[in-house]
Design a protein around this ligand. Structure first.
Ligand code: GRF
Length: 188
């Protein structure tokens, strides 16, 4: 069975969605790692499937540099020997210590290469773009700049609000990320 590690920082809705859709039949989620001890997504992992999902907290606050943190993170990830690492709302800028050692994909809530960065939803909603959408891309040293693997989009409606726009993005994320993980793992 193929193994994945998932990194997250907050709500973890995508983490839980991946577990529900893929674990353990399509791939094994061998560990969920967060940099925040109070991440909401940690809740419920014990009862998520017949076998509890293992989680680890590696807080960035106790490290003196991004490189020092990434060195520990890489070691922790490698100890699980995953086939793929999935960043699902992992709110960290990664250094080359990470990108040169870990094969990872990231979920981004806009149609890259447009609207990189942490305010992607607000920016794409506020732009003159006629479409909204999401991307899954390979993680590289450039923030949200790695090669795009897959995208899904929708037409903005005339009465679109930030709330309805955000909801559509989330719905697409719950479809696209598990689909893309499956395709990469089994080279579909
Ligand atoms: C998602 O919207 C993703 O696009 C972005 O971070 C968010 C994570 O949400 N990178 P959640 O923690 O999965 O609920």
């Amino acid at each position: 069975m193929k193994k994945i590690v998932i990194l997250f920082s907050g709500e973890g809705k995508n983490l839980h969605n991946i577990i529900e859709k893929l674990h353990p039949n399509v791939c094994e989620v061998v560990c969920a790692i967060t940099n925040k001890a109070d991440a909401k997504g940690l809740n419920g992992l014990q009862t998520k499937s017949l076998q509890a999902i293992k989680s680890e907290v590696l807080e960035h606050t106790s490290f003196s540099s991004r490189e020092a943190y990434d060195t520990e993170l890489v070691k922790l990830i490698q100890s699980y020997e995953p086939d793929l690492v999935v960043l699902a709302g992992f709110m960290r800028i990664l250094t080359s210590v990470f990108t040169q050692n870990i094969k990872a994909i990231n979920l981004h809530p806009a149609l890259l290469p447009k609207h990189k960065g942490a305010k992607a939803i607000e920016e794409s909603f506020g732009s003159s773009d006629t479409m909204g959408g999401i991307s899954v891309h390979w993680v590289s040293e450039e923030l949200d700049g790695g090669e795009v693997i897959s995208q899904k989009s929708f037409l903005k409606s005339e009465d679109e609000t930030l709330e309805s726009f955000t909801r559509k993005i989330k719905e697409l994320e719950y479809e696209l990320l598990p689909e893309t993980i499956t395709k990469i793992l089994y080279k579909l």
